[in-house]
Design a protein around this ligand. Structure first.
Ligand code: B12
Ligand code: SF4
Length: 427
């Protein structure tokens, strides 16, 4: 069967530094079953409807985040018009299958979880020309009477049995020219429970780890095939399990690999020893989700960190020549004038290279999403419609104490500071 996988484009100014590895994983699973697969990445290649319709693929699979839902639905319409079956997956789709299937007749299926098994089983059903979609794991679809039915979401018990991504289908070099690196994943999921983050629900609330040896085999393969030695670990929380991270870093060191890597983690998931070993293995940058520079807010959101701990960790990183990249959220529901002002003042006292402010954005599937629906007293559809305004650069919700205009004013202030320091690099 001919299958076209698509990374939908965004109109918003979004980060474009890494290939859509999830589609690479789907591609590998499909190739393994003998299907013919192509990936189009409209975050790199300019979107042109003819490049979708002209393919006349049997099945078109589209990856969609909340920021590009509109574009994903447009692509589904084009694909459907040229006779393809369509499936949408990714972080937005998996939490909103009913609303997508009710609102777009151009989407035939929605993937509800990790998609490797789902897309292979769907292709099998379509190939056999049957419509027994109840046999496909992790899918929502309209049944013969037009009602939405769903099967159980599926998660891989062991990530070691999952094929590594088919990178040859992805524009690996184009991304490497932008960022100097490429992405890799050692684990999926997170067992922490930050209220605004989709990771716990996406990964079924548990963190599953790959064997360190297999991760490092993949690193060696990327170096051999692409000559890339910079790696972005996109694990949800890279160092959540200290013993695992130590084993992974030891494996990198044991093989004498000259690589640089960056990762995302929390202040309370690193310590002196771990940072030192990470640095020895090639860690050059850590992205820390800090969220606020106001202790009241950190405590309210159970971040379990203090401003002092943040300063200490940044200093430790600095001594090891690891750059700290700190991310803050502006406009959390409990934010007031003082807390956002304190956050900016805190940032100004730090002697570090990078910081990123993002407006509070409740994503579907998170407690924050449910709170938004409750707090703003709006029917769900109305909050859903606000997602079309999501661009991660514009505040969309007021806080308990601040109007939307006031949040906007604070946010612009923070962005002005960010720009005056020339970070983050994509601004
Ligand atoms: C790496 C990453 C990026 C990379 C690559 C993005 C990409 N398209 O893959 C970069 C840096 C470019 C990026 C950019 C952005 N990202 Co990002 N990113 C991630 C991160 C950390 C990991 C994604 C990943 O590779 N996971 C591992 C792979 C194996 O899983 P996967 O991609 O989810 O794919 C699996 C399933 O979802 C499913 N699947 C996915 N697509 C499809 C399609 C079909 C047809 C099927 C059947 C199945 C399927 O099957 C895959 C294999 O199991 C996630 C956090 C997370 N927990 O996932 C955030 C995340 C996806 N990003 C997010 C956001 C907000 C963004 C930006 C808007 C940020 C910004 N301000 O610019 C942009 C959007 C750009 C875009 N068009 O995607 C949000 C999305 C929230 C939402 N509901 O929309 C997440 C969830 C983080 C969060 N805040 O919670 N991101
Ligand atoms: S913000 Fe980070 S630590 Fe918190 S749940 Fe999400 S991935 Fe886990």
């Amino acid at each position: 069967m001919d299958i076209l996988l698509i990374n939908a484009h965004c109109s918003a100014k979004t980060v474009k530094s890494s290939p859509p590895l999830g589609l690479g994983y789907l591609g590998a699973a499909l190739l393994d079953e003998g299907h013919s697969v192509e990936i189009k990445d409209f975050c790199i290649e300019e979107y042109n409807p003819e490049s979708v319709s002209g393919k006349k693929a049997d099945l078109v699979g589209i990856q969609c985040q909340s920021v590009n839902l509109k574009q994903a639905l447009e692509i589904a319409e084009v694909a459907k018009a040229s006779g393809s079956k369509t499936i949408i997956g990714g972080h937005h789709a998996r939490f909103n299958p009913e609303s997508i299937l009710h609102n777009s007749k151009f989407v035939d299926f929605v993937a509800l979880s990790e998609g490797e098994k789902t897309i292979v089983q769907l292709a099998e059903q379509l190939d056999a020309n049957t419509s027994d979609f109840g046999k496909v794991q992790g899918i929502s679809y309209r049944n013969a009477s037009g009602n939405v039915e769903s099967t159980n979401a599926c998660f891989h018990q062991s990530l070691d049995d999952v094929q590594i991504p088919a990178r040859h289908l992805l524009p690996i070099q184009e991304y490497a020219e932008i960022s100097g690196s490429t992405s890799i994943i050692a684990s999926r999921g997170c067992s922490n429970k930050c209220g605004f983050c989709q990771a716990p629900a996406l990964g079924n609330d548990t963190q599953r780890f790959r064997k360190p040896e297999l991760v490092v085999d993949e690193i060696e393969q990327v170096i051999a095939e692409y000559g890339i030695t910079g790696f972005d670990f996109y694990d949800d929380c890279f160092s959540a399990e200290k013993s695992y991270t130590l084993r992974l870093c030891d494996e990198i060191k044991k093989r004498n690999l000259e690589i640089d890597f960056n990762c995302e983690t929390r202040i309370d998931c690193v310590d002196d020893e771990l940072l030192r070993i990470m640095s020895e293995a090639g860690c050059k940058l850590i992205f820390f989700g800090i969220e606020s520079g106001c202790q009241r807010i950190l405590d309210l959101y159970s971040k379990d960190i203090t401003l002092e701990a943040i300063r200490k960790t940044i200093k430790q990183c600095d001594e090891l020549t690891i750059r700290s990249f700190l991310s803050f959220i502006v406009g959390l529901p409990e934010d007031d004038h003082d807390s956002i002002t304190e956050t900016l003042e805190f940032v100004k006292t730090l002697d570090f290279p990078m910081v990123w402010f993002q407006p509070y954005t409740p994503f579907p599937g998170t407690p924050a999403w449910n709170d938004a629906i409750e707090s703003y007293g709006e029917p769900e559809e109305s909050v859903v419609s606000k997602m079309f305004e999501y661009d991660l650069a514009t505040p969309i919700f007021p806080t308990k104490y601040l109007s939307l205009e006031e949040v906007g004013e604070h946010f612009r202030n923070c962005v002005r500071y960010m720009k005056s320091k020339n970070f983050p690099p994509w601004f």
